[in-house]
Write a protein that binds this ligand. Structure first.
Ligand code: SF4
Length: 247
């Protein structure tokens, strides 16, 4: 099994040190059906205005946060109690050392769930092909038409995100798509367009935006009501069977 991403997938700007920013020691929610811990890696290539954790978007200096040895010491202590590890961000795929990091986790007999914004399809393919991930949760930020505005990069070309969707839908690894819905960014038309795009997918989770009081964007943003969320779910039902509203 390769110990890193192949050279062709490594860019000179890529970071050489893991950027651990936090650890949730136990979660029953992050990895469906599993007892897991969640490790937060900092740095993201998107700038979603509704991102509720700007501290995770801007890469930390190496050496800040939790030392890697401390994380693995924690995992050793919890062996037999945890089923798996959720790796989230930021965008974990920005980590050059992600492959050896995952390999160390899997060598301990743990499952790996990866959260991603889907903008690195080649790296996703590599992880899937080499059985390095057991579950992938990919964000779908909006309809293709409104993707750029929703991620804070107006000219964004959605090709790579579309490729990641295809990799997951055509592959054999368990996955979910998920969308955070914000009143200022999502319309009925966007929901219908996402339903057509993701038609037949394995599972799709909708969650309403929550104002953490510390958002990346400065414009006011608002959540949808419960009724709105149910309406969106109904709009999607002709394309997708497994739709869930996540609290
Ligand atoms: S919400 Fe957007 S900016 Fe924040 S971590 Fe996720 S992809 Fe990055």
């Amino acid at each position: 099994m390769p110990s890193h991403f192949p050279q062709s997938l490594i860019h000179s700007s890529w970071r050489h040190h893991m950027h651990f920013m936090g650890l949730q020691k136990m979660t029953l929610l992050d990895y469906p059906g599993k007892v897991a811990c969640t490790v937060f890696l900092s740095g993201c290539n998107f700038r979603c205005p509704f991102c509720h954790n700007p501290d995770l978007v801007f890469a930390s200096e190496p050496g800040t946060g939790i030392p890697e040895q401390e994380f693995f010491a924690f995992l050793s202590q919890r062996k037999g109690f945890l089923d798996g590890v959720c790796i989230t961000g930021g965008e974990p795929m920005l980590e050059r050392e992600l492959v050896p990091f995952i390999q160390k986790i899997k060598a301990m007999g743990l499952l790996v769930k990866l959260d991603t914004n889907g903008s690195f399809p080649e790296r996703l393919q590599h992880l899937v092909e080499n059985h390095l991930v057991d579950y992938v949760a990919m964000d779908i930020k909006n309809s293709k038409e409104h993707y750029g505005a929703t991620i804070g990069i107006p000219a964004y070309d959605t090709t790579k995100v579309e490729q990641s969707v295809t990799i997951l839908m055509e592959g054999s690894v368990s996955y979910e798509f998920r969308t955070t819905l914000v009143r200022e960014y999502h319309t009925n038309e966007d929901i219908k367009a996402m339903g057509a795009w993701l038609s037949g997918c394995r599972a799709y989770f909708l969650q309403s935006f929550v104002d953490s009081g510390n958002l990346l964007g400065k414009e006011p943003m608002h959540a949808f009501t419960e009724e709105d969320m149910v309406r969106f779910k109904n709009l999607l039902q002709s394309n997708i069977e497994a739709i869930f509203i996540r609290e």
